[in-house]
Design a protein around this ligand. Structure first.
Ligand code: AMP
Length: 408
């Protein structure tokens, strides 16, 4: 009754790598996929059936796009929830405006977790200088000041060690409403990627162990090496969260594991997630296919892991002296390369990733380091102006406007 069958049209708001992989999987399944993004030739537009160039502030443009599709999804939680609420008047939006509204404000998300009894770090709302004293008493130092809105990959957050420092950080964050969070002395970062169907069925992917560098995801190792008790607690938290949100689609729940085995929820991402990229190559059903199945009212696919895997992000800094020499990566036969078709590389920009299929964890780790060093190594005769078709690749300066492709 609620099924949107292959052959019908899916609309994706946002044209970054998540939209691209959603479109690739959707088209493989026989769906038509439309993408809306302000940046022409964005990663998803390159593989979609149709593309609409529009900003999310152009309400009429968005509604025209929506009228051409059967169901709407997003590839970034930055799509304004009020816009989604408007869309919901004419088409199903999955995730819903309710879920987006909740996660796009860090304070509201933390309060939701608190009300529902999910374990998390201490936090306090910062509305203005008058909140400093109370927040410092409640949370203590060291802590992290994070803007309530528009933060991602460590943007809009500053570590603070004293009230004076808090004052400086507040100014640096343009005095935007923020949350002060106690720093968690975590032993490991984990994530659960899972899907919940329209009927409430759930599929969980293997628990993933994440390594961040400079607040940006560097690599994901799967399966995570944790005791059974931690594994099941992580799954239990993630399932309860999707149920508390009455969620439909793929979601990632980021967790901190403490020395004593306690898990704290860091944040929730109501969409396919970077730490779930391993599923696209290493699982029976990728997170992208799974998301489409869920939002289209179809049964979920198996989430079983086919092989132990390490996913490594390829950031723009590897492009500093020209595009990497891919033969150095692909000479490793257990490697699978995914590039997002981005024509400009910025130092922290996610340009692609690779999967390394290797059973032995310590071999996998050393191989990843070797591969990254080989890729970073300047190759003879390379510069930023190669005349081989990739010559337009340039390093972005900090002023360049980025599409939603940046947000994951
Ligand atoms: P976020 O944007 O909140 O996901 O933060 C990005 C990364 O910063 C996380 O994956 C952690 O590595 C680190 N981080 C964020 N919040 C905290 C915290 N309260 N304590 C310790 N590390 C944190």
């Amino acid at each position: 009754m609620n099924m949107i069958a292959p052959g019908r049209t899916i609309g994706v708001l946002g044209g970054g790598q998540l939209g691209r992989m959603l479109a690739m999987e959707g088209r493989r399944m026989g769906y038509r996929v439309g993408v809306l993004d302000p940046v022409e030739n964005c990663p998803a537009a390159q593989v979609a059936d149709f593309y609409v160039q529009s900003d999310l502030t152009n309400i009429q443009g968005v509604l025209d796009f929506v009228s051409k599709v059967d169901v709407v999804t997003v590839e970034t939680e930055l799509v304004p929830w009020k816009l989604l609420a408007k869309i919901e008047e004419v088409r199903p939006s999955r995730p819903s405006s309710f879920v987006l509204g909740l996660v796009q404000d860090r304070l509201v998300q933390r309060q939701f977790l608190q009300i529902h009894g999910f374990p998390q770090t201490l936090f306090a709302s910062i509305q203005g200088r008058e909140s400093f004293k109370g927040a410092a008493q409640q949370v203590g130092f060291p802590s992290i000041l994070k803007t309530r809105r528009l933060g991602y990959d460590g943007m809009g957050q500053i570590r603070v060690s004293s009230e004076k420092h808090l004052n400086e950080a507040w100014r640096e964050l343009s005095e935007n409403p923020s949350v002060l969070e106690a720093i968690v002395p975590f032993k490991m970062e984990l994530s659960v990627v899972l899907a919940r169907s329209l009927q409430g069925d759930i599929q969980l992917y293997s628990l993933a162990e994440n390594v961040h560098k400079q607040n940006i995801l560097h690599s994901t190792r799967v399966p995570a090496k944790v005791p059974h008790k931690v594994w099941s607690r992580a799954e239990e938290l993630a399932v309860s969260l999707t149920e508390a949100l009455d969620y439909c689609g793929v979601m990632a729940v980021e967790l901190f594991l403490l020395e004593d085995g306690t898990l704290l929820v860091n944040e929730v991402a109501p969409r396919p997630h970077n730490s779930g990229h391993f599923t696209f190559g290493a699982c029976v059903t990728s997170q992208f296919e799974q998301h489409l199945r869920a939002i289209c009212g179809l049964p979920l696919g198996a989430s079983s892991l086919l092989h132990p895997v390490t996913m490594v992000n390829l950031l723009g800094n590897l492009w500093q002296e020209g595009p990497p020499q891919w033969d150095r990566l692909l000479v490793h036969p257990q490697v699978q390369l995914h590039l997002y078709g981005k024509s400009q590389a910025g130092p922290r920009r996610k340009m692609g990733h690779f999967l390394l299929f290797e059973d032995n964890r310590s071999h996998a780790l050393s191989q990843v380091e070797t591969i990254l060093q080989e890729l970073a190594h300047k190759h003879p005769g390379s510069d930023c102006h190669r005349k081989d078709g990739i010559s337009e690749l340039s390093v972005l300066d900090s002023q360049t406007t980025l599409s939603s492709a940046e947000f994951h």
